[in-house]
Design a protein. Structure first.
Length: 128
């Protein structure tokens, strides 16, 4: 299997705005955020479906989701952090964390015009 775009991000072959990393998981800003701070949490092992991850990898991803979501609520002052697991675009398990105050914000379409400066500023706020 060839490396997914997420594996290339983990390896540093493709740049990202990293929020968090440990030995089993990696979190970075989505480049097409639904809301500012929209983050992807991925396992470092490239496995297509979240439910196929070995238990330790799955637990690490979920623990990272919790850390990042709690930090989002604190730093961004949002009422909620929603979770989406769709797995349609990239064959590498991933969890989307979307900070929001209203359901309309959570269900907004992706912002296709976010610039690098905005992403860099957000990453600096949320990074551990």
């Amino acid at each position: 299997m060839s490396d997914s775009i997420f594996t290339k991000i983990i390896k540093g072959e493709i740049p990202c705005h990293k929020i968090y990393e440990d030995d089993k998981s990696f979190a970075f800003l989505d480049i097409r955020p639904v809301q500012p701070g929209h983050t992807l949490v991925i396992p470092k092992r490239q496995i297509d479906h979240l439910w196929d991850l070995p238990d330790k990898d799955y637990q690490a991803v979920m623990a990272t989701c919790k850390k990042v979501a709690l930090r989002m609520r604190k730093i961004l002052g949002v009422a909620r952090v929603g979770v989406k697991v769709m797995g349609e675009e990239v064959p590498h398990a991933h969890v989307q964390l979307i900070p929001f105050d209203t359901i309309g914000q959570y269900n907004s379409p992706p912002n296709l015009s976010v610039d690098e400066r905005e992403l860099a500023e957000m990453a600096q706020k949320l990074a551990f």
